[in-house]
Design a protein around this ligand. Structure first.
Ligand code: ADP
Ligand code: MG
Length: 608
């Protein structure tokens, strides 16, 4: 599943998307509704200022008292009082509006952040359980775009935009009421023109989707580039790749520019177009208004109110227009987010799985076939049986499929056909958690997390006692190193544990595997990256790790291979030879023999 290739299929299915996001909104619904309740008067208050112009013009400017009837009694307010009250009223309303705006901003920021966090959490939960192939196929930057930026755009946006839409809608509604009150004929013209002005917005949405997807991919590539510049900084410096990285970056930035400019070219006429249509509306209103006033059908005050409302209407309408555009973006992001929610790990657990509790007898590979990419077989019909507490060395040319075989045991990948059985039970019957709990792995390059050495070791067994920890440290030959460090086990490791040497890192990883104390141990070229001296000490640590365990060891060291109970030779995805060193050496033109001649003989000579 290549994420950069997927597009948000469902981004125009608005009700489906809202249905999907609703469960995340529900817990905060009450607060969101409170926020909207605040947004309604906030919008409506825009009309108040315009409305105040009518009495101001008609009574204050016209110097007339306002006379009105309540239950038959006549009351009057003099124009002087109006002249005094109206300015204060305007300020009072502004203060009131300010308070509401603050509340509204606070509530909507709070709720939208909460929703975003919930969506991100749910998505991250899915990410950590994705199958390794997913990570093989997707670069880090795209993952960051899709799992972090999109949910932010989608869920933060949705509350923000619905809020600003509510405010604008009610703002517009309030102003339209004032207009209707002033003159329904003029109001009719004004509203009609507005509706026409909105047509262009509807035309642009497909383009926005395409741009948004392109931007996501470009953004992801940029992040990947930065990650690679970071992780590969030594290679970059050594091979003078700075210019290459810069060139990539330049191209990506340029692409991003082109995508956005092409959207702008097509979309930027929208706003002037709307403005033009609106101006036509205003022109008509002015002309017709003059007629209404001169013919005595309308007071100057009403007309002033009307025109002010019409002008004020521009703001909420413009906001609505912008919101409609950005809401398209939000829906596209939402489409992508819920696409991810529907991605499932390809490594599936059976219903009612069995809990694997240690190995009692043997591990069997029966006619195991496997391929990473359709129709490109990597393992071909492997048959192999490994007894409990046996050590099996796997050797062969690089790319032959050795790592692949061992990665099948913890179900990092699922086989295509055949079966792998522990004590006669297919590993797909076990819960993934219990299966992996029974396997400890040490690779060539072991990832150490940011944190202390202690934390990194305890990852093997969170609830280990201090005694267990010390034993693991001892057995991994880490004691000396730790004694040298001022903060000992509590020394912080950098993002990739870079403050440690290769051999030291390897031993921390071995301690981690050690403390896990799993019955099955997999060593995939655990000493290959090391120099002779560190290799010797790491080897000692490994010897401790594999005592009384069922072990699969992929190694290039002759002594390790010779010490193994049996040796399996893998060539081009096939198990070609199986047996002990001496027997394999007897096969004329055998694979093992030729490997020995090429790779191991020198070591043998050096050791003698
Ligand atoms: N994640 C992967 N996706 C696709 N192909 C892979 C992947 N990992 C390994 N391969 C391919 O599978 C073959 C066997 O690889 P591997 O098991 O790593 O070999 P070995 O460990 O013996 O050197 C190689 O051709 C390699 O290119
Ligand atoms: Mg390998």
């Amino acid at each position: 599943m290549k994420l950069s290739k997927t597009t948000a299929q469902n981004s125009f299915k608005y009700s489906w998307l809202l249905g999907r996001i609703f469960p995340y909104i529900r817990p905060y619904l009450f607060r969101i509704i409170c926020g909207f309740l605040v947004a309604i008067p906030l919008g409506l208050l825009d009309g108040v200022t315009a409305f105040a112009l009518k009495p101001f013009m008609d009574y204050v400017v016209g110097k007339q008292d306002w006379v009105f009837n309540v239950f038959g009694h006549q009351y009057g307010i003099s124009w002087q009082i109006f002249a005094f009250l109206i300015p204060f009223g305007v300020i009072a309303f502004a203060v009131f509006q300010g308070v509401l705006r603050y509340l509204n901003d606070y509530i909507s920021a709070w709720t939208s952040q909460k929703i975003t966090n919930d969506v991100k959490m749910a998505l991250f939960h899915r990410l950590v359980y994705m199958h390794p192939q997913f990570f093989d196929e997707n670069p880090s930057g795209i993952i960051i775009s899709r799992y972090m930026s999109d949910p932010k755009t989608a869920s933060e946006g949705i509350v923000e935009k619905i809020k600003s839409m509510t405010t604008s809608l009610f703002g517009a509604a309030g102003l339209i009421c004032v207009m209707l009150y002033s003159s329904w004929k003029l109001a009719f013209i004004g509203v009609l023109v507005l509706c026409i002005a909105f047509i262009p917005v509807a035309l642009i949405r497909k383009r926005i989707k395409a741009t948004s997807n392109k931007n996501m991919v470009i953004g992801g590539n940029i992040t990947t580039n930065i990650n690679e510049t970071y992780s590969g900084n030594k290679v970059m410096a050594a091979y003078e790749l700075q210019e290459r990285q810069e060139q990539y970056f330049k191209e990506q930035i340029h692409q991003s520019f082109n995508v956005n400019i092409s959207l702008t070219k097509r979309a930027a006429w929208m706003s002037p177009m709307m403005y033009l249509i609106a101006s036509c509306g205003i022109a008509i209103v002015l002309g017709y208004g003059t007629h209404l006033i001169t013919s005595g059908q309308m007071t100057a005050g009403s007309f002033a109110s009307f025109v002010t409302s019409l002008l004020l209407l521009y703001k909420p309408v413009k906001t609505l227009g912008n919101t409609m555009t950005s809401i398209q973006n939000i829906f596209v992001a939402m489409g992508r987010v819920f696409e991810l929610f529907d991605l499932e790990s390809e490594i599936k657990e059976k219903e009612n799985p069995i809990k694997l509790e240690g190995l009692k007898d043997k591990i069997q590979f029966e006619n195991v076939c496997f391929e990473y990419i359709e129709n490109r077989p990597v393992l071909k019909n492997i048959n192999l049986s490994v007894n409990k507490n046996e050590t099996l060395a796997i050797v062969g040319n690089s790319g032959g499929g050795k790592s692949t075989i061992v990665n099948l045991l913890p179900r990092f990948y699922d086989i295509k056909s055949g079966s792998i059985k522990f004590d006669g039970v297919d590993i797909r019957e076990f819960s993934i958690k219990s299966l992996r709990h029974n396997i400890a792995m040490v690779f060539q390059d072991n990832f150490l997390y940011t944190g202390t050495i202690r934390e990194n070791i305890l990852m093997g067994k969170i609830d280990a006692t201090e005694d267990e920890l010390m034993q693991a440290v001892e057995a991994a030959h880490l004691q000396e190193l730790i004694n040298e460090l001022p903060e000992g086990l509590d020394t912080m490791l950098g993002e990739r544990g870079l403050t440690l040497s290769g051999g030291q890192r390897q031993r921390v990883a071995i301690a981690r595997a050690m403390i896990k104390n799993a019955p099955i141990v997999i060593l995939d070229e655990a000493t290959s990256a090391l120099d002779n001296k560190s290799e010797a000490i790491v080897q000692k640590a490994l010897d401790n790790l594999i005592k009384n365990k069922t072990v699969f060891v992929i190694a290039h060291r002759l002594s390790t291979i010779k010490n193994a109970d049996r040796i399996a030779v893998i060539n081009e995805g096939e198990l070609v030879e199986l047996g002990v060193h001496d027997d394999l050496m007897k096969i004329e033109n055998g694979h093992y023999k030729s490997l020995y001649e090429m790779q191991f003989k020198k070591q043998a000579a050096a050791n003698v």
